[in-house]
Design a protein around this ligand. Structure first.
Ligand code: BDR
Ligand code: CA
Length: 311
């Protein structure tokens, strides 16, 4: 299995991504979960991550609290999408497992330092503040990263928090810029992919029909999460953004993309946080990311449902 750190701001879709990872120990060895401020403030994201671990029956997973604000901007949150708690929908008990001792950034640095070069995968599912802070503080650790597989950005699909920017990148464009320039191999799941991973009614029913606490909670989470996109865009179901990341670790063949240069806009107010993806390779900027454009959505939901049934 891939040794993996999940960096996250749960979030219903983050929760499903974490559940998928915890259900797949043959492919994914979760070394720890690091939380960041994003969809909701840090006290809630670091609580929600523990609620999810307990729902999965894995209270021994190490969950760390990390950065509570972006590098150079005020925190922007997304309660309008995820609800007041960030995990609105199911009625889940408060966690009893404690947070792990220490700061998420220290955990990231120490974990990378104690592993072989190129051996640890990082999966960011929220703003990139923790990862960028770790890279700034200990630049030598980038050597030890196998790959960063992240949810963020959008190109042909545009943005979901501004016309130009996707939420995770918009919240901390400076951090994203550091990560995209780090030289670490990147795999990016932008809105171009995640807006094709929609929880339609039959897919939601498949979760609920599992009849397990996990299946029912996931159905309730996606029910809640859907309401925003439905009202706003008339979409046919909740886009399951973040689980695309953990699904990639299990079956990369579900996704298609191009190895291209992706640069982050950090100056313009109008397009702040835009992922400028050189899809047609019209510049000579060196490719730094495998930027995904398509997904086998039926294959993805089949995998997800099958794995959730294991918890
Ligand atoms: C991303 O932003 C958050 O609202 C979701 O959890 C996802 O990571 C989608 O733009
Ligand atoms: Ca997220």
């Amino acid at each position: 299995p891939r040794k993996t750190i999940i960096d996250t701001d749960p979030g219903q879709d983050d929760a499903v991504a974490i559940l998928l990872a915890l259900a797949s120990p043959e492919e994914i060895d979760v070394l720890g979960i690091t939380c960041v401020a994003g969809n909701v403030p840090l006290p809630l994201t670091s609580k929600n991550a523990r609620i999810v671990c307990e729902l999965a029956g894995k209270p021994d997973v190490k969950v760390f609290a990390g950065c509570d604000r972006p590098l150079g901007r005020e925190l922007v949150t997304a309660e309008h999408v995820h609800g007041k708690t960030g995990l609105d929908g199911p009625d889940l008990p408060d966690p009893t497992m404690p947070l792990a001792d220490g700061h998420a950034v220290d955990f990231i640095i120490d974990t990378l330092k104690s592993h072989e070069p190129g051996s640890v995968t990082i999966c960011p599912l929220g703003p990139l503040t923790n990862i960028a802070t770790a890279f700034q503080r200990a630049p030598e650790i980038t050597e030890n990263v196998a790959e960063i597989v992240l949810m963020g950005g959008g190109y042909f699909e545009g943005g979901n928090i501004t016309p130009a920017a996707e939420f995770n990148i918009y919240v901390d464009p400076q951090a994203a810029d550091i990560v995209f320039k780090s030289g670490v191999p990147l795999v990016v799941m932008p809105l171009d992919v995640t807006h094709k991973a929609l929880v339609t009614k039959p897919r939601n029913d498949a979760f609920r029909t599992l009849g397990t606490p996990v299946g029912i909670a996931v159905a309730e989470m996606t029910d809640f999460f859907e309401r925003f996109d439905k009202e706003k865009y008339g979409s046919e179901g909740a886009p399951l953004h973040d689980p695309c990341v953990t699904a990639y670790l299990i079956n990369p063949d579900l996704f298609k993309g191009r190895h291209i240069n992706v640069a982050i806009e950090t100056q313009s107010e109008l397009t702040m946080g835009m992922t400028v993806a050189d899809w047609w390779r019209v510049t000579d900027r060196a490719p730094n990311a495998l930027f995904m454009g398509d997904i086998d959505a039926d294959g993805f939901f089949a995998l997800l449902t099958e794995r959730l049934a294991r918890l």
